[in-house]
Design a protein around this ligand. Structure first.
Ligand code: ADP
Length: 777
């Protein structure tokens, strides 16, 4: 805060801010200005009326009256025009001038009327020359009228011996100066407080030391000029030195203030950048800051990739402009500098550029320009430079962040999409990453797994059935020399399911210590099942093929060697056995072929007919195939025909398989009950035996191809494990199903269900004639 009310002009931006802030501020400013002008006018009128119009304190022989007035008027005008602007933290601009000293001098050496005329005339002239705002002019005239009048009255009242220097003169000068400065100070505090909504006291306190020093400087300068005027006018030019020193001090203070404000701007921007803004966010923040910082400027950022970004002032959004040769020119010299006249874009009065450099590479340029009267100067570059530097770093960071986000999302996709489970463990075996496939394999959710120890999350056992911690086992075997190991374990899930899994560890070591373990978990259950199936298949098929071959070979050999010697009955019997075994071999091959064509997705693979047939009749036909059953089969047919839609040949094939199994897997003296009825709108056939039964965990698996409950290596009963697999496929292809119930050691019941035929269904069926022959069902 200084006592230079003349320079206390609110810059246009602050005025705008006042308007934008709302009417109350604007009203307050206007009220202050009106009050100041009214007070000035009143004091001047009173002074002219009441004070002695005779003359000033000093009668200066060396300067005649009019010339003195012209000189002092000119001095006043020059003092007002030479302004050192100082911007306050709240963005108001205060002008530091030597005007106070000159106006005070006028008040001391001239009578009141002349002092006021010279001072106010000089100020008015300066304002006209500088084309200052009318309100500002009126305000300053009002302030100086009041302050100058008060100083004049005090001098006249206290100083009685104008010809010499005595205590009264000193007291008069000091008191007049103090009154002058105080009035000035109070006025300005009121105005600034109206603009910035601060209390006047706070405004005064903010720059109190500067104000005090300004008062002292003004008093001393005025006293020096006075003394020299009276005692040694020849030395008056020497008064320029303290005046210049004061001006220099003003300049230094303003520069310090400016420096502080710029640091605050850079800090403000670095705070914005600390929040890790996007590329656009960093750019927009900088352009906003720059346009706020430099009065009446427009700014843009031009990048070497040909993009140009500007700030749309109304909405404060970033918009891009087309790249022109003008932009190319501005990019051409990657140096911090003011723009020369020919380089300035159309309509600009001044401009500056700061390069954006990332790791020594020029990526673009920030350009700032003014279109109005204010011009950018060399010192403005010192503000732009660190801001542009910060922006370059922020853009680099934003690019790196974008890359990081992209890389992370790619990695995330890999982890999420991988069919094998992925687990990342820290040095203690705590789960850090748990992929969705891991959840599918283990049945443990990521939420439950992450943060817990792997050994606590999973229950595993080795081939010998011993409990094992896959992480502990991996860590035991991992070493910097062998950072990859695999551990095969059986996983016991919470839902009692067991999975054969392989944990492939990849250890990361630091100073020989395991710091991270990335584990790929593969579910080998299906693979191992296939392996097992293959070996079972080979054992089963070779056994099945060999079994009929022995009687075939034996009887054929017998016929070759002793055929003529055999009785016709024995020969016929031998030939029957050969034919029977050959047929058995043929069926076996057929089954193998049929099984090889059946796919797991239950697509129809057999050409079938869609006919309406009675299930009772088909079952009876199937029973005929087992004449050797020796009355074990107890047929319980339904009294009414059970009409089903089916391929009768396939139904007989399925029923034969069911009967053959019931007879094969139960004791020779145990009955087999075959019952036909209708249930829930479907034809139902049940085959019950009192045989071995099937373990509960294999009840579904007996429908898998080649699966046999019996160990293939033992083979006390013949069979390939294909019958039920094919039978269920056929049943489902016909729109029905084949299911099993069994109790180990008690017996089994296999049920064939087929879609019932009804006249209504027939009417709605597009296949008008269900007995029309072969249809791909
Ligand atoms: P195969 O009888 O030729 O081995 P299947 O597919 O017909 O093949 O039967 C698969 C397995 O299901 C048989 O090996 C047997 O272990 C079991 N199985 C089928 N039917 C019965 C039954 N009625 N009682 C006990 N076990 C049976």
């Amino acid at each position: 805060m200084t006592n230079s009310a003349e320079g206390t002009v609110v810059d246009s931006r602050s005025d705008d801010a006042v308007e934008a802030d709302g009417t109350p501020h604007r009203l307050a400013v206007n009220q202050v200005v009106a009050a100041v002008v009214a007070l000035g006018a009143t004091t001047v009128s009173l002074a002219l009326w009441l004070t002695d119009p005779r003359g000033g304190l000093f009668q200066l022989d060396w300067l005649s009256g009019p010339l003195l007035l012209v000189c002092l008027g000119a001095l006043t005008c020059v003092a007002e025009l030479v302004v050192v602007p100082m911007r306050h933290d709240d963005d108001t601009v205060e002008g530091l001038t030597l005007l106070d000293a000159v106006v005070l001098l006028n008040a001391l050496v001239l009578p009141v009327r002349e002092a006021l005329s010279v001072s106010l005339g000089g100020i008015l002239l300066a304002h006209l020359l500088a084309r200052r705002d009318f309100v500002k002019t009126m305000y300053n005239l009002g302030v100086y009228a009041t302050a100058s009048t008060a100083a004049s009255i005090l001098v006249q009242a206290l100083v009685h011996s104008p010809a010499g220097f005595d205590l009264w003169l000193l007291l008069g000068m000091t008191t007049a100066t103090a009154a002058f400065v105080t009035i000035n100070l109070v006025h300005m505090a009121l105005l600034l407080s109206a603009i910035s909504s601060q209390r006047p006291g706070d405004v005064i306190r903010q720059d109190a030391s500067l104000s005090v020093m300004t008062v002292i400087g003004t008093v001393c300068l005025t006293a020096t000029i006075l003394v020299l005027s009276v005692t040694a006018p020849v030395l008056l030019p020497c008064a320029i030195l303290p005046a210049a020193a004061m001006r220099y001090a003003y300049g230094a203070t303003a520069a310090k203030q400016e420096e502080r404000r710029r640091s605050a701007r850079v800090l403000e921007y670095s705070q914005v950048l600390a929040s890790g803004p996007s590329r656009t966010g960093a750019l927009r923040a900088l352009l906003e800051l720059v346009e706020g910082e430099f009065e009446g400027t427009t700014s843009m950022a031009i990048f070497v990739d040909g993009s140009v970004c500007r700030l749309e002032s109304a909405t404060s959004t970033l918009e891009s402009s087309p790249f022109t040769s003008e932009h190319a020119q501005l990019l051409a010299v990657p140096k911090l500098r003011l723009l020369n006249l020919p380089e300035l874009p159309f309509g600009w009065q001044s401009g500056m550029v700061a390069p954006l450099t990332v790791e020594g590479q020029h990526i673009g340029t920030v350009v700032v320009g003014t279109a109005g009267r204010s011009r950018l100067r060399q010192r403005d570059l010192t503000t732009l430079s660190p801001l542009a530097g910060s922006l370059a770093v922020a853009l680099q960071n934003a690019d790196q962040m974008d890359q990081l986000v992209e890389e992370t999302s790619k990695l995330r996709a890999v982890v999420d999409q991988a069919s094998d489970g992925i687990v990342v463990l820290d040095r203690d075996g705590t789960v850090q990453v748990w992929s969705p496939a891991m959840t599918a394999i283990t049945g443990v959710d990521a939420d439950a797994a992450i943060g817990a120890l792997l050994g606590e999350v999973l229950t595993c056992e080795d081939a010998e059935g011993q409990a094992v911690d896959p992480f502990g086992e991996g860590r035991r075997r991992l070493s910097p020399d062998s950072p990859r190991v695999s551990v095969d374990v059986r996983l016991l899930r919470a839902d009692d399911e067991q999975r054969s899994t392989r944990f492939s560890h990849a250890g990361a070591f630091e100073d020989g210590t395991l710091v991270r373990d990335v584990v790929i978990v593969r579910d080998l259950t299906a693979e191992w099942r296939v392996q097992r199936m293959k070996s079972d298949f080979i054992a089963t098929v070779s056994h099945e093929l060999r079994t009929p071959l022995t009687p075939l070979k034996g009887y054929a050999d017998m016929l070759r060697k002793r055929g003529d010697a055999l009785s016709p009955e024995k020969r016929t019997r031998a030939l029957d056995v050969i034919i029977d075994r050959a047929e058995h071999l043929g069926r076996l091959v057929e089954d193998l072929l049929a099984a090889s064509t059946i796919t797991t997705d239950q697509q129809p693979t057999h050409a079938m007919t869609a006919e309406v047939a009675d299930l009772n009749a088909m079952v009876a036909r199937a029973c005929e195939d087992f004449p050797s059953a020796g009355g074990r089969v107890q047929l319980q047919t339904s009294p009414d025909p059970v009409r089903v839609e089916c391929d009768p040949t396939r139904v007989v094939q399925v029923v034969s398989n069911m009967l053959s199994n019931a007879l094969k897997y139960s004791a020779a003296d145990r009955p087999v009950v075959v019952a036909v009825d209708e249930c829930d709108g479907r034809g139902r056939l049940r085959v019950q035996d009192q045989g071995l039964g099937i373990p509960a965990d294999q009840l579904e698996r007996v429908f898998e191809q080649f699966h046999r409950v019996e160990d293939p290596m033992v083979m006390s009963t013949g069979g390939t494990g294909l019958g039920l697999f094919i039978a269920r496929h056929l049943a489902r292809t016909m729109g029905g199903d084949l299911v099993a119930e069994s109790t180990l050691g008690v017996g089994s019941e296999f049920t064939l269900l087929l879609p019932s035929w009804t006249p209504e269904a027939q009417a709605g069926n597009s296949a008008a004639d269900p007995t029309s022959g072969a249809t791909a069902v």
